[in-house]
Design a protein around this ligand. Structure first.
Ligand SMILES: [Zn+2]
Ligand SMILES: [Zn+2]
Length: 317
């Protein structure tokens, strides 16, 4: 079993832990690194054979938002930025939940994202649209071996948990389980409620392939479009932007200029009119006692933002 998982993981490109890696990564892609993305996209073509049903589409939409929440709340705001605290067990549950998005493991994700904040839009940034163009910032950087390693120095706080290292080593395991469960769900519905018009493979194509691919591109817009489209409230040294549209698609991540100004807070929408559903969800988790010590936005940052918000965009770059 372990050997099989290692084989599948090697096809999808595991993230080796290295002691040092160049800050400026080579823009060289490797054909095998395209495999997981081609696999997921080609899988969507299965819709030609399986068709659709309301229940399959509803499951795909639900899984998009449920997993987007996990990516933003846990991979981003917790593992990358440590903006709240939780128990070790809940941390693992959060990691598994976010891992179901098929965006590699929590340690790799956090490692790459911390690198982005350290080098936002400078020549070492792995996915800057300013430096490398839209295509590279959106998906190209994910096919470069230099970006697929875990730099130990950047994530010592996460590497000390063997259960997280396991998820990173076998990051395909949870997505595979999700796909299998979806097949079982579709097959069960076909057997017990055939009037719904679904079946195992239809549920896999919609709930796993289509939902995961849309989720993947939704997440990638924050690396690409959130540095290109929208307004700039804060004079950050990068080109990050705030966008209501991207915030809706990503459950709050679209307030990216806010986030680059102060990444240490659990909030990305700094003001009441900046919709941040992930923050609302995290406040619920705080209310039921799952998480605690949520880092707020400092008053001085809020005042700074309100002082700058009325300036023309051309002055804020
Ligand atoms: Zn950014
Ligand atoms: Zn961040």
């Amino acid at each position: 079993m372990v050997t099989t998982l290692r084989f599948i993981a090697s096809l999808l490109g595991p993230s080796p832990v290295v002691d040092s890696v160049p800050e400026k990564r080579a823009q060289q892609t490797r054909l095998s690194c395209w495999f997981p993305y081609l696999f997921l996209h080609v899988g969507c073509l299965g819709v030609i054979w399986v068709g659709w049903s309301w229940i399959a589409v509803a499951v795909a939409v639900a899984l998009y938002f449920v997993r987007m929440f996990a990516v933003t709340a846990f991979y981003h705001r917790y593992f990358s930025h440590r903006t709240f605290k939780t128990s070790r067990f809940t941390q693992f549950v959060f990691a598994v939940w976010a891992n179901s998005a098929a965006q590699r493991g929590p340690i790799w994700w956090a490692c790459q994202h911390r690198h982005h904040h350290q080098h936002s839009d400078d020549e070492c940034d792995a996915h800057s649209p300013d430096q490398h163009g839209f295509y590279w910032s959106h998906i190209g950087w994910l096919t470069a071996p230099d970006n697929l390693v875990i730099h130990a120095r950047r994530v010592p706080d996460l590497l000390r948990f063997p259960e997280l290292r396991f998820l990173d080593r076998f990051s395909v395991l949870v997505p595979l389980i999700l796909a299998t469960v979806l097949y079982g769900l579709g097959a069960a519905l076909a057997h017990f409620t055939p009037s719904l018009g679904t079946n195992g493979w239809q549920m896999v194509v919609w709930g796993f392939f289509i939902s995961t691919v849309v989720l993947f591109h939704g997440t990638c817009t924050i690396n690409s479009l959130a540095h290109l489209l929208g307004s700039r409230r804060f004079r950050t040294t990068d080109s990050s932007r705030n966008s209501l549209l991207l915030a809706m698609l990503t459950l709050g991540e679209g307030w990216h200029n806010n986030h680059h100004r102060y990444p240490g807070t659990v909030k990305q929408g700094f003001y009441w009119w900046e919709i941040d559903p992930t923050y609302v969800g995290l406040r619920f988790f705080e209310w039921i006692g799952l998480i605690w010590e949520l880092n707020p936005v400092p008053e001085k940052i809020l005042a700074e933002g309100q002082a700058q918000v009325h300036r023309p965009l051309s002055e804020s770059n």
